[in-house]
Ligand binder design. Structure first.
Ligand SMILES: [Fe+2]
Ligand SMILES: [Fe+2]
Length: 469
């Protein structure tokens, strides 16, 4: 499964043996590069210390070196094929997985791939200007690493569209470069990917909460009976782990610095001292968590049920579940709004698969909160960060159109509007955070609102020159 870097498009799918496909992808490549140059990182650099995949195996798959970013070797890397792999769930459970797209599932699979593919370049667009205000070279390097890999994830989805979906697939691949985040005429498909990522606190929150949604979506597609999709997602998940590391440790470091400043100045109001108050961190968290929850779709969904039954999309860690993997007899409990209160209701498990995935995600998100609160504990700070109620600030699903406080009370629209600035970043909060965003590009130096990392990348020290200008 070694990757062929002699090819114009690095790959481990033996692209050279399919001339037609190779030509089509080579024709798409310049469009991708144009998109990268116009919509990718705005900060000019000479080279960046980046990792590149050299193998898809468990051990040592990454190679680190300084590379000019637009010469990054984006390619097509699928995890190794398991010749005995069988469908793990749904109507065809136990049958061999598919190496081609069954005609009856063509439209649904294409749609799933397009939706996933659309998020990848979207985040690069959202993060385009962050390089202008990075708090350190270490952070700048991490941003660019995330950006080039999201670009590669776009390649991953475009490969599937080109290789398995004919002319319609090629048209969708072109459209992935034509929609743009926040564009009024042709926006990205999902709401959270049209929001701005205007500052580094937002970036850390995005990589913690929104990239983590990506992890769970990819986890369901990794279970797919369509084997090339499963293998693609398997390898994307490996890359995705670093993106979430950037978020987790980024928020660690902001919380740490905030706690230091609170102790040093003996006040919660550390804004005048150049820090980000804990209350503002909580509001950013509330925002990014709630828009990321919207990405899971409606709690009850017949589409999700059909995708599962057909074998297109499984559950998170499907094979570890202790049930029949068909779910026609099972029930699940979901939250519902009944009159003026929030209660729960039993529904068929098949209909509640989005809710199931969201619950796995919520449990995972809690681990971050524990970490950050441990940092606060170490500083003897009693105020803790928390995850708001799942109904808070929702635009999709059961809670859309309702007004729910972070603590889960249903309130009137009027009361919501009165308190909105207490719960979500206000114009003044955003302005303050923005005012702290100044680039620090001297090796070993860091902005005053965030603590340095406990270690560098790939064994290099924090002081290392991760980026050359
Ligand atoms: Fe991605
Ligand atoms: Fe990611």
């Amino acid at each position: 499964m070694a990757i062929d870097y002699a090819e114009k498009i690095p790959n481990n799918v033996d692209l050279a043996s399919d001339r037609k496909l190779q030509r089509a992808l080579e024709a798409w490549q310049p469009n991708f590069l144009t998109w990268w140059k116009t919509m990718g990182p705005a900060l000019p650099t000479e080279d960046v210390y980046l990792r590149t995949a050299v193998d898809v195996g468990r051990e040592g798959w990454a190679h680190f070196a300084h590379v000019p970013m637009d010469e990054y070797r984006w390619g097509i890397f699928l995890a190794e094929r398991d010749p005995d792999r069988r469908i793990a769930f749904g109507e065809q459970k136990g049958e061999p997985v598919w190496q081609q797209v069954p005609g009856e599932h063509r439209a649904d699979l294409q749609r799933l791939i397009v939706i996933q593919g659309d998020t990848e370049p979207a985040s690069v667009e959202q993060q385009r200007h962050l390089g202008l205000t990075a708090p350190s070279l270490y952070d700048l390097r991490n941003l660019f690493q995330v950006n080039v890999e999201e670009g590669r994830h776009l390649w991953a989805m475009v490969y599937l569209l080109h290789a398995y979906f004919g002319r319609a697939g090629r048209e969708e691949a072109d459209a992935l470069l034509q929609r743009n985040s926040g564009d009024l005429d042709s926006p990205r498909i999902l709401g959270a990917f049209n929001e701005e990522t205007p500052d580094w606190l937002s970036f850390y929150m995005f990589t913690y909460f929104t990239d983590r949604d990506g992890k769970y979506q990819l986890g369901t597609l990794r279970e797919s009976a369509f084997d090339p999709l499963s293998r693609t997602c398997e390898f994307m998940l490996k890359e995705e782990a670093h993106h979430m590391f950037v978020g987790t440790t980024g928020i660690d470091r902001v919380v740490q610095r905030t706690a230091e400043l609170m102790r040093e100045h003996d006040t919660d109001d550390i804004a005048p001292h150049g820090g980000i108050p804990l209350a503002v961190i909580q509001k950013y968290l509330n925002f990014h968590y709630s828009v990321s929850l919207d990405l899971f779709g409606s709690e009850q969904s017949t589409n999700a049920a059909n995708y599962f039954t057909a074998g297109l999309k499984g559950r998170w860690q499907e094979e570890r579940r202790q049930d029949d993997h068909v779910l026609t007899e099972d029930a699940a409990e979901i939250e519902v709004v009944e009159g003026d209160r929030i209660t729960t209701e039993q529904v068929p498990a098949l209909l509640a698969l989005n809710h199931d995935l969201r619950s796995e995600y919520v449990a995972d998100c809690r681990t971050g909160l524990k970490r950050w609160n441990r940092i606060l504990d170490r500083f003897g700070i009693d105020t803790h960060l928390y995850l708001p109620h799942v109904g808070f600030n929702r635009k999709v699903g059961i809670f859309a159109g309702h007004h729910v406080t972070p603590h889960g009370e249903l309130i009137s629209e009027e009361l919501w509007e009165q308190n909105r600035d207490e719960w979500l970043p206000s114009a003044a909060d955003k302005e303050h955070v923005r005012s702290l965003m100044r680039p620090v590009y001297e090796p070993g130096k860091i902005a005053a609102w965030v603590a340095p990392p406990s270690q560098g990348i790939n064994g290099k020290p924090f002081e290392y020159e991760y980026v050359h200008f």
